[in-house]
Write a protein that binds this ligand. Structure first.
Ligand SMILES: Cc1cc2nc3c(=O)[nH]c(=O)nc-3n(C[C@H](O)[C@H](O)[C@H](O)COP(=O)(O)OP(=O)(O)OC[C@H]3O[C@@H](n4cnc5c(N)ncnc54)[C@H](O)[C@@H]3O)c2cc1C
Length: 354
């Protein structure tokens, strides 16, 4: 059976694939395939080799129950491994709860998201809030599959970002919080220091370096005790139309139909920024405000962690690489050229330009 990840950069073949209905069936499959390589998958949204497998594949989408229990003024949810984040958010919202932290999309399963340390809003990754993991693995003495609950210590820490290598996750227990609102508005800034300074008043902010304009667009965000704005629905439509679909369709048509680098640069420099409405302050539910329909167009999304004091240099590097890839410069600065050579990535850089 052939499988492809969402970004289509990972293609792999397995000898057997199962979609077990319950935990008992998972154990039966493990016992049947003892000694073989077994890979569990979520929705294959990871870009890395962490999803590859050549033996037996387990897709846990049918293990998707959700149980929510109050825990003081917070909540604890027990979630089936294959439950997608979008369904979890919907169910939690019904009970006035939500997740502490979210990635940019909600297509992932809970097991897949925590297995790669998915992160986005706020300071912590989703894994940070995991207090228990139920998994199926082999007993070293009998060789038979059994179920283990991890709720403390190094084992729990390992399960919080295990890249699928600790066992088959059956369910995840994680701390949740009461639903909350977030206020957001857009601003533009030329200086990175201004962007970073805004983190204190807007701790949930995210920002983008806009290629060819070389300025920063920030979504200034913070928790807001006020109710949802009257125009929140309109704002969501605006985002969907302009950012999630409009911007991508524009860039795709410039790249695929008109095949013009000049127009792509113009789009980033002038056209896209013209559609970004600055200082429109809108308050909406966190689970709507903090995510995007970023999966609407197939692409590979790679997250890198950069320490704050190295961000300026990293963005300078990215800027130079984009200029070379876009044909505006033929070489990098001596320092960045050395970095590329140390990584042995000269051909990759040249390939970007082709
Ligand atoms: C458009 C897009 C936007 C994204 N945005 C973000 C973002 O904002 N922040 C961020 O951090 N990441 C982001 N990602 C990455 C994504 O969140 C992660 O790759 C996540 O792991 C995908 O979850 P999945 O359910 O598709 O898991 P998969 O990709 O199917 O699997 C990921 C890993 O989890 C393991 N796994 C899955 N299920 C189980 C199980 N039941 N038991 C044991 N192991 C299991 C797999 O073996 C594999 O190692 C984005 C990806 C895309 C495509």
């Amino acid at each position: 059976v052939q499988h492809k990840n969402f970004g289509r950069n990972q293609v792999f073949q397995t000898s057997a694939a199962y979609t077990p209905a319950d935990e008992r069936e998972v154990l039966q499959i493990l016992d049947r395939h003892r000694g073989q390589r077994i890979r569990a998958i979520g929705r294959l949204h990871s870009w890395s080799e962490a999803v590859l497998g050549d033996g037996v594949l387990l897709d846990l989408r049918r293990l998707n129950d959700i149980r929510l229990q109050p825990d003081g003024d917070q909540f604890v949810a027990t979630v089936g491994a294959g439950c997608q984040i979008k369904r979890l958010l919907k169910e939690l919202d019904r009970d006035g709860a939500t997740l502490h932290s979210l990635g940019l999309i909600t297509e992932q399963t809970i097991a897949g998201a925590i297995s790669t340390g998915t992160h986005g809003s706020g300071r912590h990754s989703m894994s940070h809030y995991v207090v228990g993991v139920r998994l199926a693995r082999y007993d070293a003495s009998t060789g038979r599959a059994f179920i283990e609950e991890l709720s403390a210590g190094e084992q729990l820490q390992a399960a919080r970002c295990s890249l699928g290598s600790l066992g088959i996750i059956l369910s995840v227990k994680l701390r949740c919080r009461a639903q909350y609102n977030v206020q957001e508005h857009f601003t533009e800034s030329r200086r990175l220091s201004n962007v970073l300074d805004a983190e204190t008043p807007f701790p949930l902010q995210q920002f983008y370096l806009i290629p060819w304009r070389w300025s920063y667009f920030s979504q200034h965000r913070r928790e807001d005790a006020r109710p949802r704005s009257r125009l929140a629905k309109l704002y969501r439509l605006y985002w969907l139309g302009v950012m999630d679909y409009g911007m991508h369709l524009l860039l795709l048509s410039l790249k695929r139909v008109l095949r013009s680098r000049r127009l792509i640069r113009l789009a980033f420099r002038r056209i896209i920024p013209a559609f970004l409405i600055r200082n429109w302050k809108v308050t909406d539910r966190s689970s709507s405000m903090l995510v995007m329909k970023h999966e609407a167009f197939r692409h590979i999304e790679i997250e890198l962690f950069v320490p704050r004091d190295q961000l300026e240099a990293a963005l300078g590097f990215a800027q130079e690489v984009i200029k070379v890839a876009g044909g505006r410069e033929s070489t990098l600065s001596a320092y960045n050229q050395r970095q590329i050579e140390e990584l042995g990535m000269q051909d990759d850089l040249a390939g970007l330009h082709d």
